[in-house]
Design a protein around this ligand. Structure first.
Ligand SMILES: Cc1ncc(COP(=O)(O)O)c(C=O)c1O
Length: 443
């Protein structure tokens, strides 16, 4: 029989792991997972780990959730997959209707793919092609925000401003304009988060003025730029962004792949600013963390710009598993849980609990920028020693595993983005263990 170590050896021989310098596994352990239950993952020795980052921000209602499992088992016996060109099916129809209703029917057309980056590619292409169909062929440029992350395919990487991910591929990427970040951590003496946001919006306006008539769209992660280290901004930035996009006839793409599905407090992050984008990208949590599913929701005006007898004016983009029925059914079960359990209301109480259990951090001299947006909580560790700072994330990850926690700080930004099903005891345990790990890593 294979032991845990055999599985690790076999994995390292043949599985090339994502976002990983494989050589690090000479010192950092690879954990073979045997099963999951609720917020916990279990390794092959039966050791458990509290999934405090929702397995890369995808899981909402726990691993092996009985309600999502039941929906998937039922769907398996009906239809596992059928191509979506020329065919349709109940799960994709019902999901599109329900999501449309959640946007108050502002974004009534849903185009499906599998991963987040594919949704971003679709939004970029749709924006570009829509302007072309309208005869605005000069509108070919895109604007993204400093520190943005939109995925790792070549189009999505072009509007990503994280040098670690971009550096090697620079010559392959289209140029995009990068404008100032509204990150509230950039506040100067006496400035509020709203001041920073308005200052950043002025930079955006400058570029829109300079490139008037040339810009197709601005892409943003509303409220929280997660991958750059949970950078949070004031919603006034989104309101100003919407105004500027209208004024300069530029599309607004909201990448809600990480922040959608209730993460920031409202179902869509844009709702907190009372705006709707022209394109909204969803993925990750929409399938409850079960199956690869992404989609782009857009307006009737965009849809109509493609609606024509000429096939070339259509949006000729596809992925084999577009609108997969199993993934859509997992998404429907996920949306049902939101309604049945009044999840957004429950999360407000849980978010307050997070604020309470970590209250002492606000006065901790080793910490700055304690911040929270709904079910995302983060703080930055102050590490003076350069070598210790460089290894902070890896050391924290390893120490967390010893404390039964799955946490991966981004640089020195420690964050929690747990599944919504944590109970009060688990929240208290998570806080206690996080602080224990923090003490250990800072010692
Ligand atoms: C905001 C944002 N956009 C896009 C992506 C890419 O999604 P995927 O990894 O599914 O391609 C991510 C992934 O973390 C993300 O956080």
């Amino acid at each position: 029989m294979n032991t845990k170590n055999d599985w690790v050896t076999r994995s390292l021989q043949h599985v090339w792991h994502p976002c990983t310098q494989m050589q690090h596994h000479e010192t950092v352990p690879l954990i073979p997972v045997s099963h999951g239950c609720g917020a916990w993952l279990y390794d092959m020795d039966g050791k458990r780990y509290l999934d405090a980052i929702s397995s890369w921000w995808v899981n909402l209602f726990g691993h092996a959730n009985p309600r999502i499992n039941a929906a998937l088992k039922d769907q398996l016996d009906q239809l596992e997959h059928a191509m979506l060109a020329g065919f349709t099916h109940t799960p994709v129809i019902e999901l599109s209707e329900k999501l449309t209703a959640l946007t108050s029917h502002q974004l009534g057309h849903c185009f499906y793919a599998s991963d987040g980056a594919s949704a971003v590619e679709i939004a970029l292409k749709m924006s570009f092609h829509s302007w072309r169909n309208l005869g605005k062929t000069d509108k070919q440029e895109f604007i993204c925000i400093q520190g943005s992350y939109h995925g790792e395919t070549v189009g999505a990487l072009a509007v990503t401003d994280v040098s670690l991910f971009r550096e090697a591929y620079g010559p392959m990427l289209q140029k995009a304009h990068v404008v100032a970040s509204p990150d509230a951590r950039l506040a100067q003496e006496g400035e509020t988060a709203a001041d920073v946001a308005l200052r950043a919006a002025a930079d955006l306006e400058r570029v829109l003025q300079q490139r008037e008539g040339k810009v197709a769209a601005v892409i943003i992660e509303p409220l929280v730029q997660c991958a750059t280290g949970m950078a949070m901004h004031d919603p006034v930035y989104l309101r100003r962004l919407r105004e500027l996009c209208d004024q300069y006839h530029v599309h607004l793409i909201a990448d809600e792949i990480a922040v959608g599905c209730g993460r920031t407090g409202t179902f869509f992050a844009c709702e907190s600013a009372q705006i709707w984008p022209d394109f909204l990208c969803l993925s990750k949590g929409i399938s409850g963390g079960y199956l690869p599913l992404s989609l782009v929701m857009t307006t009737d005006a965009i849809y109509q710009s493609f609606y024509d007898a000429d096939v070339r004016r259509g949006f000729l983009h596809s992925h084999s598993y577009t609108g997969n029925p199993l993934a859509c059914r997992a998404a429907l079960a996920t949306l049902a849980i939101f309604t049945e359990d009044d999840v957004l209301v429950q999360n407000r109480r849980k978010a307050q609990m997070f604020a309470d259990v970590f209250a002492s951090l606000r006065d901790d001299p080793r910490v700055r920028h304690v911040r929270q947006q709904g079910m995302i909580f983060a703080f930055d560790a102050i590490v003076a020693d350069a070598e210790k700072a460089a290894t902070f994330s890896r050391r924290f990850f390893s120490a967390a595993l010893q404390q039964e926690l799955l946490m991966r700080p981004i640089g020195r930004s420690v964050y929690l983005m747990p599944p919504y099903i944590l109970n009060d005891d688990e929240i208290a345990l998570l806080a206690q263990k996080t602080m224990k790990v923090f003490e250990q890593v800072m010692a």
